[in-house]
Design a protein around this ligand. Sequence first.
Ligand SMILES: Nc1ccn([C@@H]2O[C@H](COP(=O)(O)O)[C@@H](O)[C@H]2O)c(=O)n1
Ligand SMILES: C[C@@]1(CO)OP(=O)(O)OP(=O)(O)OC[C@H]1O
Length: 159
Amino acid sequence: MNMRIGHGLDVHQLVLGRKCIIGGVEIPFDKGLDGHSDADVLLHAICDALLGAAGLGDIGKHFPPSDNKFKGIDSRELLRHVVALLKIKSYVVNNIDATVICEAPKLSPHTAQMCANITADCDVDVTQVNVKATTTEKLGFTGRGEGIAAEAVCTIVKN
Ligand SMILES: Nc1ccn([C@@H]2O[C@H](COP(=O)(O)O)[C@@H](O)[C@H]2O)c(=O)n1
Ligand SMILES: C[C@@]1(CO)OP(=O)(O)OP(=O)(O)OC[C@H]1O
C-alpha cells in the first residue's frame, strides 16, 4: 500500500469583532480568530497536513492571502479543494488526527460536530477523523488567550 504521512500547524490571533470558527463550527465566544479567510485554524492545519502528505506544498501556495477571492472564505471550501487536489493525484484520506490548543473556549462540546464536518469534506467515515483539544496550562500565547493553535497529522493512500 502506498501510504504517506503529513503534518500541519497553524496559529491565528484572537481579536474582538471576529467570529470564532473552528472545524467549521461557529463557537460562542467573546473573541474570534483574525485572518484573511474565516481563519479556521483547525481546518488550515488539516489542509497543510494533507498537502504535505501529497507533496503539494502548503495552504499559502494554493490560496494566497494576497488574492482577494479568498477574503472571508469558508475554510471548508478550502478543505474540499485540497481533497480534490489529492484526488487528481489518486490519493484519498486514510485518517486525520488533530489537536486544537487554547485555554478557552471549551471545545469538547463541539468536537463531534467538527469531526462530522471534516468527515463530510474529506469524504471519509467518522472512524477516520479525530479532533482533540488541550490547554497549555495558562502558559505561552495560547495560555494568555492571545491566539489559538492547531496541529494535525494525517495519512493518505493511493487508491
Ligand atoms: N480548549 C479546551 C481545552 C481542553 N479541553 C478538554 O479538557 C481536557 C483537559 O485539558 P488539559 O489541557 O487540562 O489537559 C482535554 O483533554 C479536553 O478534553 C477542551 O474541551 N477545550
Ligand atoms: C487561508 C488563507 C487564505 O488566503 O488565509 P488566512 O485566513 O490568513 O490563513 P493562514 O492560516 O494564514 O493561511 C494563509 C491563506 O492561505
